[in-house]
Write a protein that binds this ligand. Structure first.
Ligand SMILES: [Fe+2]
Length: 211
């Protein structure tokens, strides 16, 4: 990345990947999916001398949003796609199953109601709406990096068991398959990959997604 430094913090008992993007020329940081373990995220922010100004949520499952209210302050902007906004307030089937949920959270500051280019503070990025794992799952694209949440994993894809939809997920994977260019892919769980590697070898992409 040219403008940002990238760090990963593993959080929650589900090993969610929380990512920190820090602007190279300032203290400003953007955090993707603060899923739990606020102290761990704060420790990393302090270590890299960064202040969290923006939080982006790839979707509303509890293991991606649990620490959002600990991390934010009056100056922090929190963004989520419109179809998952309600998940900041309402229990979902997933959290009900694990019997543990901190909701309601404070409202989002930015609700993405369309795909395309956005700028929050000094961070510019593209939003791709990728329903399937949840209705409001989305992918954030920064420079040459794609943050895919629980839509696309290395060699896999997110489950549709917790409020998802198989047909929507297939369509979303197809759209990522056909998204122009190559990107480093940073998923919500497990290890990073690249879009070209997933196009070539991910069975969910090769089975469902075609040009
Ligand atoms: Fe999820």
């Amino acid at each position: 990345m040219v403008y940002n430094e990238l760090y990963r913090v593993k959080v929650s008992q589900l090993n969610t990947n929380c990512y920190i993007l820090k602007q190279k020329n300032s203290r400003n940081a953007l955090v993707i999916d603060p899923g739990a373990d606020y102290a761990k995220i704060k420790e990393k922010l302090d270590k890299i001398k960064a202040t969290c100004r923006v939080i982006l949520l790839t979707h509303g499952h509890f293991d991606h949003i649990f620490a959002v209210d600990d991390l934010r302050n009056k100056l922090t902007k929190v963004g989520i796609y419109k179809d998952d906004e309600h998940m900041l307030y309402e229990k979902d089937v997933f959290s009900t199953m694990v019997g543990y949920d901190p909701r309601p959270f404070y409202p989002a500051d930015v609700v993405f109601d369309r795909e395309g280019r956005y700028k929050i503070e000094d961070f510019e990025f593209n939003v791709i709406h990728t329903p399937g794992h949840t209705k409001g799952s989305c992918v954030y694209v920064f420079e040459d990096c794609m943050f895919t949440g629980d839509t696309l994993f290395r060699g896999g894809a997110g489950t549709t068991l917790f409020g998802g939809d198989d047909e929507e997920l297939k369509t979303s994977l197809n759209r990522l398959y056909n998204y122009p260019g190559d990107y480093a892919v940073f998923p919500g769980h497990e290890e990073p990959t690249t879009l070209s590697d997933e196009r070539a070898a991910n069975p969910f992409m090769t089975r469902f997604a075609r040009r």
